[in-house]
Design a protein around this ligand. Structure first.
Ligand SMILES: Nc1ncnc2c1ncn2[C@@H]1O[C@H](COP(=O)(O)OP(=O)(O)OP(=O)(O)O)[C@@H](O)[C@H]1O
Ligand SMILES: [Mg+2]
Length: 465
């Protein structure tokens, strides 16, 4: 096939995709949107034809990259169309987007209780009402954006309680004050006692910022949207801004709402210093506008951000996060609690004094460093058993099993671990020594230099958590 002909196929395919997408976004009826979707699909099929025949590797790669992008978009569109059709037919297994956003501890949609203060779109589960709501809300492209967002927003309760978060008492108190109290007792927050609108959790990696946000999600009574900046940054010009705008619109409709944005620095980095291109600066501006709530009532919408690079935040964004809470490395009490929590469900022979001893030795370790260390220590009994040359039969709660023993043990039989059948091996409990042997190889991941930076930033802009 001639090069010219091939290029023509490609150009036609791209044109078809673009037309289809526009028709889908602009379509105000189901038929119009379906038509746009079908056109896009046809265009993608043509693009595949082109890519199969293109001999230039680089062009072929570009085409398949583009195909990837289009098909991801089309998946969202398809989900939306199916969702919408199902809601029109009164089927409940594919819930309309509005219901998916409702945040409930109860997994059965039919038993969901409307949560306090939720208004507007979440109110009705009657199929006819849902259909009417759907039609009236189907403003140009808006539903498509919401559909995109619905895949990014996590609304399930993560099942992490305040008690699961070790230490960080001050941070927990601040969060309770800022999040839980205004949601439960909104009447107390009047006049100058306004609830906080932006809270930033910052600190070294692995100290529990995301974990703490999960606890907020579990414990709060309102709606909790969790999005990552990666989900809000779209490759299409102007779409990121629209996504951010729509996110805040959705939050306002189902308030009280917490919008949690993890790794917020990647979206709202400094506009002046290397922050980059025009697109990212527009994203930040949109974010500023939404957080400030010009022309919007932002009451009962709280933005909770987390970052380990607080100094790279744009100063204007920094100001929007009125409360900036430092999440430091755990102190000795925090480490002890974390250690005990982790070992709760693992058989061990550690005494309280040994627990304290280990907690003291782990100065400078973050929560996630400790996770790694505990996991490594839990493997030690297995490693010891792998090295053993003698085993003896022992009575265990689960019946007679083989356990490693010393070669001098009179009951010991010479064999290796892999000679024992599955289900017949008994691992010894974890000992203090197991921790000692893994300690030298599990080093802390946060350096003193890093800590100094966080402390300096805290004294300038933050508050101790
Ligand atoms: N204070 C803590 N209490 C209980 N578990 C913790 C604590 N800190 C950290 N962890 C454990 O470490 C893991 C990692 O923590 P998390 O993801 O919250 O860190 P982070 O501060 O968000 O890090 P990053 O800045 O890299 O995103 C958690 O899943 C949790 O198991
Ligand atoms: Mg995190």
């Amino acid at each position: 096939m001639s090069e010219g002909f091939l290029n023509k196929i490609r150009d036609q395919a791209i044109q078809l995709i673009a037309q289809g997408k526009n028709e889908y976004l602009a379509g105000t009826t189901l038929e119009a949107k379906q038509g746009g979707y079908d056109k896009m699909k046809l265009g993608c099929q043509e693009l595949v034809k082109y890519a199969r025949q293109e001999t230039n590797q680089q062009l072929c790669q570009i085409a398949s990259q583009k195909l990837n992008e289009f098909t991801t978009e089309m998946q969202n569109m398809k989900a939306y169309l199916e969702n919408y059709k199902a809601s029109m037919q009164g089927q409940s297994q594919l819930q309309p987007l509005q219901q998916q956003q409702q945040f409930s501890q109860n997994p059965q949609p039919s038993q969901q209780k409307p949560s306090n203060g939720n208004n507007g779109m979440n109110k009705s589960t009657n199929p006819q009402d849902v259909q009417d709501q759907g039609k009236s809300k189907l403003v140009e492209g808006q539903q498509a954006l919401r559909n995109n967002l619905s895949t990014a927003i996590v609304t399930e309760k993560p099942n992490v309680s305040w008690d699961d978060v070790a230490g960080l008492e001050k941070a927990k108190d601040s969060l309770k004050e800022a999040i839980i109290t205004p949601m439960r007792f909104p009447e107390l927050f009047q006049g100058a006692r306004k609830p906080w609108m932006g809270i930033l959790l910052y600190g070294p990696p692995g100290t529990g910022k995301t974990f703490l946000a999960k606890a907020c999600a579990t414990e709060c009574e309102g709606t909790f949207f969790s999005v990552s900046s990666a989900d809000l940054i779209s490759k299409f010009v102007g779409e990121s801004e629209r996504l951010i705008k729509e996110l805040f619109n959705m939050a306002r409709e189902s308030k009280p709402t917490i919008i949690f944005i993890d790794e917020v620095d990647s979206m709202t980095g400094n506009r002046e210093s290397g922050g980059g291109n025009e697109a990212s600066s527009r994203v930040k501006t949109q974010f500023l506008v939404e957080m400030q709530g010009v022309g919007n009532n932002n009451e009962s919408v709280l933005v909770l951000g987390a970052t380990n690079l607080p100094w790279s935040l744009d100063p204007a964004i920094r100001r929007r996060f009125e409360k900036r809470i430092y999440i430091p490395l755990p102190d000795v009490q925090g480490r002890l609690q974390l250690l005990k929590n982790k070992m709760k469900s693992t058989p061990n022979n550690l005494t309280p004094a040994e627990f304290e001893d280990i907690a003291k030795m782990l100065e400078g370790y973050s929560g996630s460093d400790m996770n790694t260390l505990v996991r490594d220590a839990c493997f030690e009994p297995l490693r010891k058993t792998e090295r053993a040359t003698h085993f003896k039969q022992t009575q265990t709660p689960q019946g007679m099993k083989y356990m490693a023993c010393s070669p001098s043990d009179p009951e010991g039989q010479q064999m290796r671990m892999y000679d024992i059948k599955g289900g017949q091996l008994y691992l010894p409990h974890i000992e203090y020594d197991d921790f000692l042997s893994v300690l030298p190889k599990c080093r802390p991941s946060v350096s003193q230099g890093d800590l100094k930076k966080y402390e300096d930033w805290t004294s300038e802009f933050g508050q101790e958590g």
